[in-house]
Design a protein around this ligand. Sequence first.
Ligand code: NDP
Length: 434
Amino acid sequence: MSQKQVPSEGQSPVQKPVDPEAEVEKYGFGSSWLPLMLLLPPLVYYMWICMADHQGALYLPTSGAELLGLLQRVPAPTIASVAFVVLWFGGQILLQLYAPGRWVDGTPLDDGSRLPYKMNGWAALWITLLGAGLVCWMGWVPATFLWDELGPILTTITLLSYGLSIFLYRKGRASPEKGTTGRVMYDFFIGTQLNPRIGRFDLKLFCEARPGLLLWVLINLSVAAKQWQVHHTVSTPMIAVCLFQLFYIVDYYFHEEAILSTWDVKHERFGWMLCFGDLVWVPFTYSLQAQYLLSHPRDLPTWATLGIIVLNVLGYVVFRGTNLQKHRFGRNPERPIWGKPAKFIQTARGTKLLASGFWGIARHLNYCGDLMMALAWCLTCGVSNLLPYFYILYFTWLLVHRERRDDAFCHAKYGTDWEEYRRRVPWRIFPGIY
Ligand code: NDP
């Protein structure tokens, strides 16, 4: 029988120290991790089949035979897809190891130490783009290769992501970290280590920031080349979506150091979820708008194009401005924000919570900006089909869920200081709405 400690009169209840990492698990994936793990891979295939075979319309099989036909559509790896994946990942590993860039220390870990990271994404981006351009220019590989082989490449990278997840699980089991649950499948899903490394090669940051993100850009460009091959035109929406997303990635590498203070890098262990997410989900679902536009090469009215550009630019300003304000404030709290001294809450832990500028409008205005850009990308596809809007629907879920987890984490970490921040800045993501 458990014994409850009742504080005697005049004695305040003993505050059990809260472990933020454990606390956040309560707001983690609950029991949804299993359906996620079972459903996400088929969903990626399903959306690719809709794009490749049904011009982006949602295809619903109406008989057993049609369902079987859908299942048979899942492609096996081909020699070309395996060769591509080996060269792609090999090339990106070499760039991570040898491309020029400086070493930067990450944010402090629980024990106060910091891990060094090589920040050479900017060089890797341009070398990759130039390399891909050269390979196509020389005629060694057609520019449409990625689109033509997308199905087999999807299968090959999916298998790779499972292989890597098993490796990560086994590696983590050899040195179990605080926070692993001992439940095999859940630990496989969420990960067993925060920063698995081979020497100084950080597996999580590499997968998070390189092969998947750069492949997303190249798939877009390959799909645009396919549109040119098939329709002898590259439509304005296709150009717009390729440029918007290329800019998003260029900007990501330009501010590469900011990755080190993101949630994934600081708090998320590296298991199947991030592995599959980084390597498969990002390149194959974030490119859905371009894939859709391939078979819909129509232009939008000028006013719509201008509206979409304005929305994307505004979203970018909010997204980047918010992230930069926090980053710069962390380095120099004296730096003025919008011409005035920064307002902040001095926490009992010794750190400061910024409470002015973008961080005085909502507690996660960066998510709002990201979602504005996501909407702009989806709108390039017009409004006649649902599938191109999958991105904004999924991304809204992801960021709302993440904000809840972050809020629980910060509450556990900062206690009443966080409550004070909530009081001062009541909106979570969308000012006036949520
Ligand atoms: P944030 O960059 O907002 O980081 C949250 C952390 O910042 C908190 O845990 C806390 O960490 C610190 N913090 C919170 N409030 C304050 C404050 N007022 N002052 C100072 N520090 C504060 O979240 P993410 O890492 O989730 O997102 C980073 C960017 O990445 C966002 O713009 C997001 O939109 C984008 N993103 C994009 C995705 C994509 O797939 N395209 C996926 C996920 C995110 P601590 O206490 O440790 O300092």
